[in-house]
Structures are given as C-alpha cells and as structure tokens.
Design a protein around this ligand. Structure first.
Ligand SMILES: *Cc1c(COP(=O)(O)O)cnc(C)c1O
Length: 420
C-alpha cells in the first residue's frame, strides 16, 4: 500500500461487528485462562499483552502504523519525544560509551546527551553536520556506539546529508539514528537512505493538533548487531530474562524488542492509551497536511525574502537556500518551519510578534495552526546578545511555524505585523 493508504488504514482492521474506529483500551491489566499461560508471557515464550507499561492494544496498533509508514520492522511508542531519544540511545550505549551527535539538534537533545547522560557515563561528541566525511570520521572513537542527527533540525533548519552520515556510521560498524520529527515519513523515509533507527517527537506534525505529547522509536531491521561484537547487550545473555539473547530470539527485530521488554519494562516511559488514540487521529491526515505545510511555508518564505523589512530568511525549500539540493535529494518538501530576522533587532522582533493576529505566540512548533516564537525573549531569555549569537540564535530571530490555513491569509498577517 502507498503511504496515503497506510496513514488512514494501517494498524487496525476490525473483525465482524467490532468498532470501526481504533478503540481506546483504557486498561492497565489483561486476563488469562491459566497461570501457566501467564508465566509463558512473562518468559516471552508467548506473545500477548500482560501489563500496559510494556504493551497496550491501542498503542500497538499505532506502533504498527508508524513502523509501516517508515518502512521498519517494528516501533515502540513512548510518553514523549525526549523519552524516545533516551531509549534509542540507552538501548545500545552503556556507561563508558560515546555517541556522535550533530550539533544542529533540538535543545532537549543537546541537554539530554551533553549534560544528563554525561552524568550516567555516556559521553557525546557534537559535530558540525556540514563538515566533510573525513573530518566527521575523526570524531568517531573506538567506544562510539551510534551517530545521531535530525533530518531537518529544530530550530536551525539544517538539512542532513543522510547518505554521508550513514557512511560515517557504517564505516565504523555502528548504526545511524535519525530524528525525523520535522520531516515525518510523508516527506522523508530515512531508512531508504541508510538510516538504521528513526525516532520522532510525535508531539509535533504526527499528532499535528498539539493535543498529546508522545514519541516513537522505529527499527529498520537492517543493522547487523552481531558483526562487530560492539553490542553485547543485544548479542549476549540477558540475565533478567533467564539468559535470553535478543539477536537469537528476535532476529531482525532484536533492537526494538529489547527496547520494549527491557527498557520500557524497567524505565516505564509508557504512552497513555488515550494519547496513542489521539496520535492515530493525527496520523490519518498526515499525508494531506505535510504537503500543505510545505507549500504554505515556501510561499511565506518567498514573501519574506522579497520584503525589505526583513534582514534574512532561512527556509531549506527556498531556491536560494544552500540546503535546497539536499531537500531535492531526500525530501518531498521543506516542511513548515521558517526562521527569519526582523530589521530593527530584538525590539522590532518583539513588536512584530505582538502584532500578529492569525499566528499565535507559543512555545510549540509543527502545529496545524500557524504559530511563532521569539527565542531571545522567551526560551533563550537568560542569554546575553553575545551568547545568543554564539549558539546560532540571533536577537532578531523569529521562528515561524506555518500552519495549514490559507497561505494568502498567513502572508497578509506577516505583512500587517511587519508594518507595525
Ligand atoms: C520537540 C522535539 C523533541 C522532543 O520531543 P517532546 O515530545 O517535546 O519530548 C525531540 N526532537 C525534536 C526534533 C523535536 O522537535
């Protein structure tokens, strides 16, 4: 089936007389006919639901849909995007290990890897994603267990050369993890270009309506965990399951099964069934929304580029963007986020934001409704102007998340607010 059909239909097929809409199974618990069967479930000898922390029918249907959308062998929903990033890394990295991560990444990823996981003994080396392959290779150490980068980075809008990063990872016998939040599988399927694991904050476009936090880890099934001897957690016995070896028990799905039965069991970053249901509603229209977000954002970016009240515009879909060749190679559109500078600096940017009528001031991005943020006076307000420039967020920067309203109305709103 094509991606449009998968968005609408995959994951849940009701039998005769069952509800047409994916049911919300609001139950922590499942009932068995015998204690022997239940014992087999706990030993992973039978498959089935035993406790919602580890699996739930509503979440399972959505996991099946997202795995199909990305073209993977399995997926695990999490309570947030942060939890997905954490699980994806901790599933293969232990104390003493290292991760190589693109410096053009989400602030939450930067804190998780650069500060918090560092305290648990997992170090991270941040690299400039636009460096050439030889420079990037110098960052990989013998204890590096994965390379991580975003398809389109939040908020800097750097487009990843996925094949270059896959080569970087594979030439060192380690997997490439791609955070595909801003692209979604409708605009890019990173597995087709060599990525091994895909993660998402489903709180953004996948949900699309800013209703429910969530995340997902998807396994391509393509990475050979046994080849290098680098991943003993997958290839040697797990004492917490009577010596089970994931690669032997689960084959191609070893990585994602370990994430579920070990990390989700022990850490419990479980999505609520209700949130999985809301995510599924968003996914049903994802294939309609992403092209509209991309078209509207391109129209808005072209308007801003030709307006002399604006000092600069960054949108990877623009013909003038240095990332446009990568958009043409890897993506079916530039997605919905545009950043730009208002002439007059910090004060002008604040005045502009306060004058918007359709676009709302919010922290969120990637929403059906147009929204805007001025990082210098909100998320980054503790920083001086010099510090802001150092981390790539100039005092005049506005992050504009273009929604699926009529593009003429969005442009008229930009125009009148710039006038103020
Ligand atoms: C928002 C975001 C996250 C974190 O997701 P939450 O659902 O907010 O926890 C991770 N990566 C990217 C690219 C994001 O935009």
């Amino acid at each position: 089936m094509k991606i449009e059909t998968l968005c609408v239909q995959e994951g849940y097929s009701p039998k005769n007389g069952e509800p047409r809409v994916l049911p919300i199974v609001q139950s922590t618990t499942y009932k068995y006919d015998s204690s022997d069967y239940m014992g087999k479930l706990f030993d992973l000898e039978e498959s089935g639901f035993f406790y919602t922390r580890i699996g739930n029918p509503t979440a399972a249907a959505v996991e099946k849909k997202i795995a199909a959308l990305e073209g993977g062998v399995g997926a695990m929903l999490t309570s947030s995007g942060q939890a997905a990033t954490m699980a994806a890394v901790m599933n293969i990295a232990n104390a003493g290990d290292n991760i190589v991560c693109s410096a053009a990444c989400y602030g939450g990823t930067f804190n998780l890897l650069g500060v918090t996981l560092e305290k648990y003994g997992i170090s991270t080396t941040f690299v400039d994603p636009d460096s050439d392959l030889e420079t990037l290779k110098a960052a990989v150490k013998p204890n590096t267990k994965a390379v991580l980068a975003e398809t389109i980075s939040n908020p800097s809008l750097v487009v990843l050369d996925i094949e270059k990063f896959a080569e970087l990872a594979h030439s060192n016998g380690i997997p490439l993890i791609v955070d595909n939040t801003f692209a979604t599988p409708v605009l890019c399927r990173p597995f087709e270009f060599g990525a091994d694991i895909v993660i998402h904050s489903t709180s953004k476009y996948m949900d699309g309506h800013a209703c429910a936090l969530g995340g997902v880890v998807v396994d391509s099934g393509n990475f050979d965990w046994t080849a290098s001897g680098n991943f003993p957690g997958l290839t040697t016995p797990d004492e917490s399951y009577h010596g089970l070896i994931y690669t032997e028990a689960f084959g191609k799905a070893a990585y994602i099964q370990k994430a579920v039965v070990q990390l989700m069991r022990d850490m419990g970053m479980t999505p609520a069934p209700m949130n999985a249901f809301l995510l599924n509603l968003g996914l049903e229209t994802l294939h309609l929304r992403m092209p509209r977000h991309s078209e509207n954002a391109l129209r808005a970016a072209e308007f801003l580029e030709n307006d002399d009240r604006v000092s600069w515009v960054n949108y990877p879909g623009l013909k003038s963007s240095k990332y446009r060749p990568l958009v043409d190679k890897y993506l079916k559109g530039g997605s919905g986020v545009v950043s730009f500078g208002v002439k007059g600096g910090r004060e002008a940017a604040v005045k502009f934001l306060d004058s918007l009528k359709i676009a709302a001031i919010v922290t969120h991005v990637a929403d059906a409704r147009t929204c805007a943020l001025h990082p210098a006076s909100s998320t980054h307000r503790q920083l001086t102007d010099e510090q802001l420039i150092e981390c790539g967020v100039s005092p005049d920067l506005v992050r504009f998340s273009v929604g699926i309203e009529n593009a003429d109305d969005i442009i008229a709103d930009l125009d009148q607010a710039l006038g103020k």
